[in-house]
Design a binder for this molecule. Sequence first.
Ligand code: 5GP
Length: 211
Amino acid sequence: MSSDHTPFLLIISAPSGCGKTTLLKELFIRVSGLGISISHTTREPRANEISGVDYHFVERALFSQMQKADKFVESAFVHDNHYGTARSSITQLLDDGLDVVLDIDVQGMKEVKASSLFNAVTVFILPPGIDELEIRLRNRKSDSDVVIKQRLENAVGEIAQAHLYDYLVLNGLIDEAADLLAAIVQAERIRTSRSFLLNHDALVKSHGMAK
Ligand code: 5GP
């Protein structure tokens, strides 16, 4: 696919149960030219999850082997499970001219930002409140009380680091939040440092501009 800008990574982090999956679906409906990085995890699949679509579900031994072989751009231990972004999950998409969405946690965001390999745009999705988050986690009916408690504690810790992100999106009304996310992507695509518009021969000639 040809692109009018240098493709970039879009890191989206949100506390568990924040409605991020629905929000990402809405983003993909609104904006074309996006790909999504499918993470590797040692977590057990939930009832509705498909391996190779939601995650690459792998055994701990394979995950460790991949870590040792430096296959991950970043990896983290979240809620007692390992998660990681394989280099191969993003490079092909970037080479195809797609902007790549990474749904990763705060630790992963810091690791990607610290590596000078990628110039990532980062967005933190805020829940309307902790009470609302608890209701959403309970309605999901996929986690035990202990796990829900752990996810809520993690949420508080993650929200405390939201200031490290480039953008904050409050996920109250899903349509409004998805519109904001789409606007962020569109604006980042026309950043002067990424846009190919000034490299366009015809444009340069018609304006008599030096290249
Ligand atoms: P869940 O188990 O609910 O699917 O995800 C739990 C948390 O792990 C979420 O905050 C999600 O963003 C994060 N996560 C998923 N994949 C990755 C990954 O590849 N790397 C990192 N660092 N976090 C991930």
